[in-house]
Design a protein around this ligand. Structure first.
Ligand code: ADP
Ligand code: MG
Length: 460
């Protein structure tokens, strides 16, 4: 039975209060069907599209039964990529804020292993990680999972696509047999069910009954006479709409890289996301896109899948996706919730059959647009409203968001409305501010003391 309110659940008071604080008023469709059996300890395979709130579903299940007085690892969450693991970790910590002393540890590749081993020695209640690095810690004896109550496989379809099945199998050996298993996935291919059999005896299969209506997403298709027009068609559409937040999807890594550098040369504020970036580069791309100091994210479908970016103003298919389902995922990035979204797609004669496939999927004729005039390109490229500033201090210097906001809004400072996202790392902090506030913000940051210390700040 689906629930209609969080209060129908036997949740601990700290969690109910926290949901209210976070303004999570109603459960999403995925949460409505999965929370009750998840809290009851059942094994589940849950399907829900990207952005449907799967993270909160398992987060509540884990936290509700967590015993903080115990020191062993009680839950293991496996994610396909570092970014997803980081995001899940952040969400768990956020929801756990009112429960005292919850220790969440992220174990991902690309980070120094020594620091993770030391952190493990301090104890952790919940471990979130990527399969490779978790296995490594199991093999060298730093991680003990023999008393785990709950195993979560997040974005399981992607994990299988990335060939993690064998690693998962070898991790399973370290877990006790009497545990709860929760598997979450955006799609439901046959191999998910086969994989599920490795983990659980007779899981319940749950699927959120939400036909994405996409009624608040306007789609326009632009036919190109030849491939050489593609770049300029995109540029002219960007100049027309001037989106503060736009994802341009490419079908391949090679094309993603090329398009990124072409757009960058035209002066547009863009970043790239694909499998060839190193950890630092990916984080930078995501940070500047999320805080809106970069307007355009050029990405492959795989790299962008599952990432929790707020609704974007515009989604562009530079080439039509190979599969209709991928197209649906792409356009679902815009027009979330109440917002109106816009998705534009470029296609050539050879891609006509894909348009027809989509036509039968959406069951209505697709709107074909006429490209705006090229004179739009005579003007200089538009600029982002936000600019990222870097402060040479972070968690190690005990900097908190409140300190930064306090400093910026102090005497002769800037207004709260001019401050955007703040990301605090170990020894660095990034804060986005409105373009017109850059000068006073830098003056404030460089001339004031925070926590009785001076920190250097500059444009990132
Ligand atoms: P998924 O993993 O299904 O792709 P996420 O778990 O990343 O989706 O959730 C997408 C967004 O929805 C997140 O920003 C999350 O904070 C938000 N969200 C989740 N549950 C709720 C809720 N009940 N009410 C409002 N927002 C929610
Ligand atoms: Mg997810």
């Amino acid at each position: 039975m689906a629930i209609s309110s969080f209060s129908q659940l036997a949740l601990r008071p700290e969690l109910l209060q926290r949901l209210a604080d976070l303004n999570y008023v109603l459960p999403t469709a995925v949460q409505a069907i999965s929370l009750q059996p998840a809290l009851a300890g059942e094994d589940l395979v849950v399907k829900g599209k990207t952005g449907s709130g799967k993270t909160l579903a398992f987060t509540l299940a884990l936290l509700n039964k967590l015993r903080c007085d115990a020191t062993h690892v009680q839950a293991l969450v496996l994610c396909p990529t570092r970014e997803l693991a980081e995001q899940v970790s952040v969400e768990i910590k956020q929801v756990a804020a009112l429960i005292a002393n919850v220790r969440v540890l992220t174990l991902c590749g690309g980070m120094p292993i020594g620091a993770q081993v030391s952190a493990l020695k301090q104890g952790a209640h919940i471990v979130v990680g990527t399969p490779g690095r978790v296995e490594e810690h199991l093999l060298n004896g730093a991680l003990m999972l023999s008393e785990v109550d709950t195993l979560v496989l997040d974005e399981a379809d992607q994990m299988l696509d990335m060939g993690f099945m064998e690693t998962l199998d070898s991790i399973l050996v370290y877990l006790p047999p009497n545990r709860q298993n929760l598997m979450f996935s955006a799609t439901y291919p046959e191999k998910i069910m086969q994989a599920a059999k490795h983990f659980m005896a007779s899981p319940q299969l749950l699927e959120a009954n939400e036909q994405p209506s996409h009624s608040n997403i306007k789609q326009i298709f632009y036919k190109l006479d030849n491939n050489k027009m593609r770049l300029n068609a995109l540029r002219v559409l960007l100049a027309q709409h001037q989106p503060q937040s736009c994802i341009v999807f490419c079908n391949t890594k090679v094309e993603t890289k090329r398009l990124f550098s072409e757009l960058q040369q035209t002066g547009l504020a863009c970043v790239e996301l694909h499998g060839d970036l190193d950890q630092g580069e990916r984080e930078w791309s995501l940070l500047s896109f999320a805080n809106k100091s970069a307007n355009i994210l050029v990405a492959t479908d795989v790299a962008a899948r599952g990432l929790d970016v707020e609704a974007v103003d515009l989604v562009v298919s530079y080439h039509l996706a190979l599969e209709p389902q991928t197209h649906v995922h792409r356009i679902g990035r815009t027009g979330r919730g109440e917002h109106k979204g816009l998705a534009v797609s470029l296609f050539g004669e050879k891609e006509m059959f894909k348009v027809e496939q989509l036509q039968s999927l959406f069951q209505h004729p697709l709107e074909q647009g006429k490209l705006p005039s090229h004179t739009l390109l005579d003007r200089p490229a538009y600029k982002p409203n936000m600019v990222t500033l870097m402060i040479a201090g972070g968690k190690q210097q005990k900097l908190r968001k409140g300190d930064i906001v306090g400093c910026l809004t102090g005497e002769e400072g800037i207004s709260v409305k001019q401050i955007g996202k703040i990301n605090i790392y170990d020894v660095q902090t990034f804060v986005a501010v409105k373009r017109e506030a850059v000068k006073p913000a830098l003056r404030k940051l460089n001339q004031s003391r925070i926590k009785n210390k001076r920190f250097k700040a500059m444009r990132a």
